[in-house]
Write a protein that binds this ligand. Structure first.
Ligand SMILES: [Zn+2]
Length: 464
C-alpha cells in the first residue's frame, strides 16, 4: 500500500521545508509536492494530512537497557513495555547495551540471550552493542565475528565489577580500529569513586545526595581524558563517550579535538540537560540515582552549548528503569544499595523539542541530527534509519508544535511507576508515529503489534 503524508513541514538533517512524502510499503519513495500525481490514479493510497505539523524522521535511541539484569534486581521494562514506551515518544529504533553475564562468557553468549529477550517482543527495530567484561585472544577474535553478525560496537566500563584496565582498553581500541568497529566507554574513575563512597558511608552520609558527592565531575573528566589519550595512542581509534554529563569532560573532548585527534564521538542524555543535583535533596531523591549523577545548572548550560556548537553529536537516554515504590527503595537507608538507573526512553524527543527547540537553545535541524541522524551514521544504521530521504525506511514522527501538555506518569506507556519530569510543561505534542510504513502510535495510543520489530544488522564504522 502507498501512503502520502501531505502539507507538512519536513525536517531532515539537511534542513526543513514544506513538502509531501510518498511512501510505498516500508520505504520512502520520494519527497516533494506530489499529491497531484497521486490523486485519482486509481491506486489504494492512504493520505495523512500534516498541515501545520512537523514531519520528523523516527528518532533513534542508541543507549537503552531493556530488561537489564543488574544482579540485585532487573530493569522493569522488558523489550515489549520498553519499546512501546519508546515508540509512543517518537523513537522507532533502539540500540540496546547488553548486560554483563557470568564471568568468562563469550560475547556471543549474551547476544544469543538478548535475541531471546527481544525477539517476539520488541515493537520497533532494535540492535545491540556488545559488552566487554574480560579480554583475551578469544574475545579479541570474537569482536570480528560480532561485527559479521551485525554488531560493530562494543562497550567498556571503566568502573563497576567488570571494569577494564587501561591496557585492556588500549588493546580493544586497537583491535576495533583494525576491524572498523567503534568502542563505547562508560567513563568514571573506579578507585576514586569507591574510596569516596566508602568515606561517605563511614561518616554516616547515606542520603541520596552523597551518591552525587561520591562521583564528582573530576571523576568523570579524568576518565574521559584518559580514554581519549588511549584512543589517540591507538592511532585515533574511534571512541564514543556514553552519557557525558559535565563541563569538565566536554572541555577535555574539545582539547583533544583541537589538538587534532579524530574519531571522537560524544553522547549526553536529557536528564543531564534539564535536571540538577538538588533533586537528590528532595524526598524522592532516590528516583534520580544514576551514574554519572545529576550535576549543576552550569553543567546543563555547558551541555546545551555543546549540542549547539556540534561538540556533542548524540542525545540518547541510558533508559534503565526501576520502580520507585520497590527496587529504588533498596537505597532508602543507604544510597549505595539503590540500583542505578532511571527511565527516559519515552520522554527524550519531547524534552528535546520543548526544552531545546522551543526555548531557542537548538535548531530543528540540530534536533534531527542528535536524536536521529548522527547516532545512525556513527553506529551503522544509516542510510536506512535516521533521516527522511528516498530509499530510507518510512520511520516518521508527526508533531504538532502548537499543542502543549503537562508531562506526568499517567501519560507514560512503560512499566515503571514514575517519570523524572513529573509536572513539566511540554510544548509540542506527538500525533502520529510510523515505522516502516505502519502506523504504530495514533492519538497517544499504541496501535501496533507485539514482536513486529526486527533486528538491525548494523554496518561497520564508515568514517575512515
Ligand atoms: Zn547505560
Amino acid at each position: 500500500m502507498k501512503t502520502i503524508i501531505k502539507n507538512g513541514t519536513v525536517v531532515t538533517s539537511g534542513g526543513s521545508f514544506p513538502a509531501d512524502i510518498l511512501i510505498d510499503g516500508e520505504k520512502i519513495v520520494s519527497i516533494g509536492t506530489i499529491q497531484k500525481e497521486l490523486d485519482g490514479d486509481g491506486e489504494d493510497v492512504q493520505v495523512i494530512d500534516a498541515a501545520g505539523k512537523y514531519v520528523f524522521p523516527g528518532a533513534v535511541d542508541v543507549h537503552t537497557h531493556m530488561d537489564l539484569d543488574v544482579g540485585i534486581s532487573r530493569a522493569v521494562d522488558d523489550f515489549y513495555d520498553g519499546t512501546v514506551a519508546a515508540v509512543c515518544g517518537g523513537t522507532t529504533s533502539i540500540v540496546d547495551h547488553m548486560a554483563f553475564g557470568s564471568a568468562g562468557i563469550p560475547l556471543h553468549y549474551m547476544f544469543r540471550e538478548y535475541e531471546k529477550l527481544a525477539g517476539g517482543k520488541a515493537v520497533i527495530d532494535y540492535g545491540f552493542h556488545g559488552t566487554m567484561q574480560h579480554l583475551d585472544d578469544e574475545i579479541l577474535a570474537e569482536l570480528e565475528t560480532m561485527m559479521a553478525d551485525g554488531i560493530p560496537s562494543v562497550k567498556l566500563y571503566m568502573t563497576y565489577n567488570y571494569k577494564m584496565n587501561d591496557a585492556e582498553i588500549l588493546q580493544t581500541l586497537r583491535k576495533m580500529k583494525a576491524i572498523h568497529g567503534i568502542t563505547a566507554f562508560h567513563c568514571e574513575n573506579h578507585d576514586v569513586t569507591e574510596f569516596l563512597k566508602k568515606e561517605n558511608r563511614e561518616k554516616g552520609n547515606l542520603a541520596p545526595i552523597y551518591h552525587a558527592k561520591s562521583r564528582p565531575n573530576a571523576v568523570e573528566a579524568e576518565a574521559v581524558e584518559r580514554v581519549l589519550r588511549l584512543a589517540k595512542m591507538a592511532g585515533n581509534a574511534p571512541v564514543y563517550i556514553v552519557h557525558l554529563s559535565c563541563k569538565e569532560s566536554l572541555e577535555a573532548v574539545r582539547r583533544a579535538r583541537s589538538a587534532g585527534q579524530k574519531n571522537i564521538f560524544v553522547e549526553t542524555c536529557p536528564q543531564y540537560l534539564t535536571l540538577t543535583e538538588e533533586r537528590y535533596l528532595d524526598e524522592d531523591g532516590l528516583k534520580y540515582i544514576m551514574s554519572p549523577p545529576l550535576r549543576t545548572q552550569e553543567d546543563c548550560d555547558a551541555l546545551w552549548e555543546g549540542i549547539d556548537d556540534g561538540s556533542i553529536q548524540v542525545v540518547a537516554t541510558d533508559h534503565c528503569p526501576f520502580n520507585y515504590s520497590k527496587e529504588k527503595q533498596m537505597g532508602k537507608d543507604d544510597f549505595t544499595c539503590c540500583p542505578n538507573g532511571a527511565p527516559g526512553v519515552e520522554e527524550r524527543f519531547s524534552i528535546l523539542f520543548s526544552e531545546g527547540v522551543k526555548k531557542g537553545r537548538i535548531t530543528l535541524q540540530r534536533l534531527v541530527e542528535v536524536a536521529c541522524a548522527n547516532p545512525c551514521r556513527i553506529y551503522g544504521l544509516a542510510p536506512e534509519k535516521g533521516d527522511i530521504q528516498p530509499g530510507a525506511d518510512a520511520d516518521i514522527v508527526i508533531l504538532d508544535p502548537d499543542a502543549s501538555y503537562i508531562l506526568s506518569h499517567d501519560r507514560m506507556h512503560g512499566a515503571v511507576d514514575y517519570t523524572m519530569y513529573e509536572g513539566k510543561e511540554i510544548q509540542g505534542e506527538i500525533e502520529l508515529v510510523m515505522q516502516r510504513g505502519n502506523v504504530l502510535v495514533k492519538d497517544d495510543q499504541f496501535v501496533g503489534e507485539k514482536g513486529q520489530g526486527r533486528f538491525i544488522h548494523r554496518k561497520p564504522y564508515a568514517a575512515y
